[in-house]
Design a protein around this ligand. Structure first.
Ligand code: DX5
Ligand code: ZN
Length: 227
């Protein structure tokens, strides 16, 4: 599998999201990553289903919706109806994760589970065969522009091993502090969906930044170190 880029619009100008999406797509973004925050699970508040619905109208690529909210079960249907192709939920808030994962799939979206930096990989052992992707947080969720936590690299490797052990070829996604300098390390560790916000939208030329990030990611997957 090749490496795919998910451009996180959290770092974009919220008054011009259509322009931001178009620029990332011209640069080769494979997904638009939408960070949903509720002010409870994480300190920040961002956007909800009505915004996702509007983004769906202007985005050519699928929407990857990352729910950083306390009660995702109450909202997954609204996000699926709004046009989310991928919906990921945090294991930290879900005692009935198996039910939630299957509810997302029943709504026709890909189901992802997310691990905070302090959450052990073993938390997804029993669900490893059921998920469509696993998102490894490489910062504590809540804000863009934070520094990559180095231990995330070995965590990606461990999640890849867990999925392989379950016979599941689902991709590992990584989110937080990724740029064109550290992307090769996480790709070599097994990450195949790369979320980037600041490294794309906090630059003068988001189209070019997307293209350069993707090139760096793809170079790492074809290098011997990645095999
Ligand atoms: C953090 C979000 C990330 C964030 C990444 O809570 O889940 O998706 O937008 O932003 P950067 O790439 O700036 O770390
Ligand atoms: Zn995210």
């Amino acid at each position: 599998m090749s490496v795919l880029i998910a451009a996180s619009i959290l770092a974009a100008d919220f008054a011009a999201l259509g322009d931001a999406i178009a620029a990332a797509e011209r640069g080769g973004a494979d997904f638009i990553h939408v960070d949903v925050m509720d002010g409870h699970f994480v300190p920040n508040i961002t956007m909800g289903p009505p915004v996702v619905k509007s983004l769906r109208r202007v985005a050519a690529v699928p929407l990857d919706v990352h729910l950083m909210i306390e009660e995702p079960d109450r909202h997954i249907e609204a996000f699926a109806d709004a046009g989310a192709a991928m919906i990921s939920v945090h294991v930290e808030v879900l005692p009935h994760l198996h039910r939630t994962v299957h509810a997302i799939k029943a709504l026709g979206a890909k189901a992802g589970v997310v691990l905070n930096p302090s959450t052990p990989v073993g938390a997804i052992l029993e669900i490893a065969a059921d998920v469509d992707y696993v998102l490894v947080m490489s910062v504590n969720p809540g804000f863009g522009g934070q520094t990559f936590i180095p231990r995330s690299e070995s965590k990606v490797r461990d999640v890849r091993g867990l999925l392989d052990g379950a016979g599941n070829h689902a991709p590992v996604e990584i989110d937080g502090g990724i740029d064109r300098h550290n992307v090769a390390r996480v790709v070599a560790a097994g990450a195949r969906i790369i979320v980037a916000g600041s490294a794309i939208f906090q630059t003068p030329d988001p189209e070019r930044a997307t293209r350069e990030l993707k090139a760096a990611a793809l170079a790492a997957v074809t290098s011997p170190a990645a095999r």
